[in-house]
Ligand binder design. Structure first.
Ligand SMILES: Cc1cc2nc3c(=O)[nH]c(=O)nc-3n(C[C@H](O)[C@H](O)[C@H](O)COP(=O)(O)O)c2cc1C
Length: 282
């Protein structure tokens, strides 16, 4: 519970998040509960599905926004960055938290702060939380059991400190993040790299499909065709269809051979990745 004087709690806070496999939503839920328990007025908007990002959000009715995104190729997902470019913060306070699978998270903080400032937001804090890597669904073993209770504790601390900034009770400002050594076009190239890794778009591999249509309905980019049982090249490899298929009939290629290479590339052991801690930036 956030300890504040009762008369400071008439603030309207929006939490909006993208979460293909549920990690970011878990952190958003902790933040939501914490704010509700402290009697703030809170609205949650899930922008993961294709159509949810087409609906306009009247951000003027809120006093502050908490954005939650997974990290895709060291930045917020492209679809989220494009969606953010449709918003005008008009000087509003906001904060961003990420979930990530243990690798290359620093550029995400730098680029999101820069983007949100361009959209006229004032970024008061950011945070990063460990979340089982999406590619674990296809053979990786990165931070398998995260976010866990320790991560949720950090989430509580994060929102408590962030709200103090929103209210003006803490007048310190978020400093600048180090500029990544590479230009943004190199990150665009890295984004495409995953398609060198994921050579097979999510595909139905078995006849035991109940044709429930969830894969098509949930796809954040409208790439899945339930009848054909395969995604087209709009697929962003978020694995939402694979993770949520009730029949377990959707798969991509097995990535287990690339797990050791991934660790080698980042000069980390599996234990070191698993021991990473969630972190708040104020
Ligand atoms: C296309 C793609 C790229 C990813 N890139 C990174 C990355 O650069 N670094 C990282 O640590 N995790 C990366 N991840 C893992 C996700 O950030 C992580 O699993 C996140 O918690 C997923 O959030 P969600 O469950 O809310 O969708 C990537 C996942 C996907 C699907």
């Amino acid at each position: 519970m956030i300890s504040l004087k009762e008369n400071r709690k008439n603030m309207n806070i929006l939490i909006t998040f993208f979460s293909a496999t549920g990690n970011t939503k878990k952190i958003a839920d902790v933040i939501h509960k914490n704010l509700c328990d402290s009697n703030f007025s809170v609205t949650m908007v899930d922008i993961t599905s294709f159509f949810s990002r087409k609906k306009e959000i009247q951000i003027d009715q809120y006093d502050a926004i908490v954005f939650g995104f997974p990290i895709y190729s060291m930045r917020a997902p492209r679809v989220c960055r494009e969606w953010l470019q449709t918003l005008d913060g008009k000087g509003m306070n906001c904060s961003v938290f990420f979930t990530y699978g243990g690798f290359g998270k620093d550029p995400a903080h730098y680029f999101i702060k820069r983007l949100l400032e361009k959209q006229n937001f004032n970024v008061v804090s950011t945070a990063e939380f460990l979340g089982a890597h999406t590619f674990n669904h296809s053979g990786w073993k990165a931070v398998m059991d995260r976010p866990n209770q320790l991560d949720f504790k950090v989430a509580e601390e994060y929102i408590s400190k962030t709200v103090r900034r929103f209210l003006g009770d803490d007048l310190n400002e978020l400093g600048d993040f180090d500029k990544p050594i590479y230009e943004e076009n190199l990150f665009d190239k890295a984004e495409k790299y995953r398609f060198g890794l994921i050579t097979k778009l999510p595909t139905r591999d078995s006849k035991d499909c109940s044709m429930c249509g969830l894969c098509e309905k949930l796809c954040p980019v409208n790439a899945m065709d339930m009848k054909k049982g395969i995604a087209d090249n709009r697929c962003i490899a978020c694995f939402r269809c694979i993770a949520n298929c009730p029949d377990g009939v959707l798969h991509t290629n097995d990535l287990s051979n690339s797990w050791d290479k991934k660790l080698e590339m980042h000069k980390m052991t599996e234990e070191e990745v698993n021991d990473l801690e969630s972190k708040i930036y104020l």
